[in-house]
Write a protein that binds this ligand. Structure first.
Ligand SMILES: Cc1cc2nc3c(=O)[nH]c(=O)nc-3n(C[C@H](O)[C@H](O)[C@H](O)COP(=O)(O)OP(=O)(O)OC[C@H]3O[C@@H](n4cnc5c(N)ncnc54)[C@H](O)[C@@H]3O)c2cc1C
Length: 459
């Protein structure tokens, strides 16, 4: 017998649960499916656990620097990895348990544990149950890419997901991938006490950022003692006794880097291959992302795709915004669109990189007249007081409209300070809205009005 609902949500990532609750509150009998742990990637293997681990790594870093602040610690600083992991597990358990309790406690929501797969555009199978609904919402997220590297089949390797089970200190962690996830793990494990080498195929780290940003982030992780190997070619892996050897060049020395553990951090793929999308007629692009329109509807009427699977964002905040867009259009008669949002994200190294809108090279390529305000963190009082002066703040302004085009803030508190810029960009207000504001002293944000008062043409 087919069980009928008004709506089915597949996946409990960052969009599925709030959408299921809103649908249920609107009177729709809603089923939500989860095949693994409630809350998805961010809660279980992504943002929350990594930022919890980064907090432990920072505590070790500050403890080692205690003498710089006139604080004596007798004895060596040691990191107890089982306790670090237990603390992380505890924080994760609160979040995943909270999502599950919320869903199970919401009237009109039916939680079904298991893998959902389309049998047709309106029928979803979960084990031996068949469900049907006129509205189906996909929020099935992604998983780490395992690239076709020679020799990988012969060795044990880690991904960002399996790193969550690590409760020991790798002697030498090799990280393949010099972008967001790889760099966060690299700095974190270096601070825990591992030797760490990052291997990157491109000529620079986080290659989509401006060169100045890539260089500064490289210096920051190298100052922590992370080794960086760029322009890696001919990558292959093999076991050497108890060690893992990763070839990084066919002709230049050193040709290989030998370490105790290998982490693959080279990107993510959408969980769309096992959803039976072909049976529903839902179209995907060549990379497996579900094709959606500006309001996140797929090509099949009655089916929407939210979060990482639609390729329109790869962050918790973009997935949550997808929920808001779908809920606004379906339930609030409020026409919201994906194209209304501009890119914002952070790399949570310490200090973090916070980004909004265009990079300098994108602004240049746009053909606009562009102004830039710059300030090194050495000229930010808050950073000097904390003896953490690495980084800079750059903000780009359109010379004609006076609108802020983008910003790259690299420095302490940058992940919070960026939001005054984000809010003014969202308001469509000119940069003078910040330029004339009074910000609190002594903070990092207080220097943003100052740098906006010193705008120069972008060279
Ligand atoms: C190491 C790491 C660090 C990150 N750090 C950050 C960060 O600091 N900030 C940030 O904004 N983002 C970060 N991200 C990205 C962020 O985690 C994701 O963008 C976010 O979780 C949004 O995912 P989602 O909503 O698309 O789905 P997900 O969170 O991936 O959840 C999808 C859910 O669907 C379930 N599912 C899949 N298929 C089925 C099926 N067929 N049937 C039933 N259930 C199914 C899965 O089990 C999963 O629970 C990080 C990611 C990683 C890996």
């Amino acid at each position: 017998m087919i069980e009928s609902f008004d709506a089915i949500v597949i996946g409990t990532g960052q969009a599925g649960p709030p959408l299921a609750v809103r649908l249920a509150q609107s009177g729709r009998r809603t089923a939500i499916l989860e095949r693994n742990r409630f809350g998805g990637t961010c809660v279980n293997t992504g943002c929350i656990p990594t930022k919890t681990l980064i907090a432990s790594a920072r505590a070790a870093y500050v403890a080692r620097r205690a003498a710089d602040f006139g604080v004596d610690i007798d004895g060596a600083i040691r990191v107890d990895m089982p306790r670090v992991k237990a603390r992380k597990d505890d924080v994760v358990a609160q979040s995943t348990g909270g999502v599950e309790k919320w869903l199970r406690g919401t009237p009109n929501v039916t939680v079904i544990e298991g893998h959902g797969r389309f049998e047709s555009a309106q029928v979803v199978r979960v084990a031996d149950r068949q469900l049907t609904a006129p509205q189906i919402f996909l929020n099935t997220g992604g998983r780490p890419t395992v690239p076709p590297i020679d020799g990988l089949g012969q060795i044990d390797y880690l991904t960002s997901s399996s790193m969550m089970h690590v409760d020991f200190l790798p002697e030498h962690l090799i990280v393949i991938g010099g972008s967001y996830i790889g760099l966060e793990f690299a700095q974190m494990y270096r601070r825990f006490g591992s030797r760490v080498t990052v291997i990157e195929m491109a000529p620079r780290l986080i290659a989509r950022e401006d060169e100045e940003v890539s260089r500064a982030v490289q210096t920051i992780v190298e100052n922590d003692g992370v080794s960086v190997r760029l322009n890696a070619k001919c990558i292959a892996a093999e076991r050497r006794g108890k060690q893992i050897s990763v070839r990084v060049s066919c002709d230049e020395e050193p040709r290989a880097i030998v370490g105790s553990h290998l982490l693959l951090a080279v990107g993510r793929v959408p969980n769309t291959g096992d959803l039976g999308l072909d049976r529903a007629g839902v179209e995907t692009d060549p990379h497996g992302y579900v094709k959606v329109d500006d309001q996140l509807a797929t090509n099949v009427p009655g089916i929407w795709a939210l979060g990482d699977i639609n390729g329109r964002g790869a962050f918790t905040h973009t997935s949550y915004n997808d929920y808001e867009i779908v809920a606004a259009n379906l339930l609030d008669h409020d026409t919201r669109r994906v194209s209304d949002r501009f890119p914002v994200y952070a790399l949570f190294t310490d200090p973090p990189l916070a980004r909004a809108g265009m990079t300098e090279s994108e602004a240049r390529a746009s053909g606009r007249s562009v102004l830039v305000g710059r300030r090194p963190m050495t000229r930010v009082g808050r950073a000097r007081e904390r003896s953490e002066t690495q980084g800079f703040m750059n903000v780009l302004v359109d010379g004609e409209s006076s609108r802020i085009l983008g910003a790259a803030l690299l420095g302490i508190e940058a992940d919070e300070a960026i939001h005054c810029i984000v809010d003014v960009m969202n308001a469509g207000a000119p940069y003078t809205a910040i330029r004339r504001a009074v910000h609190i002293h002594p903070t990092v944000s207080e220097l943003i009005p100052t740098l906006l008062g010193e705008l120069q043409p972008l060279a």
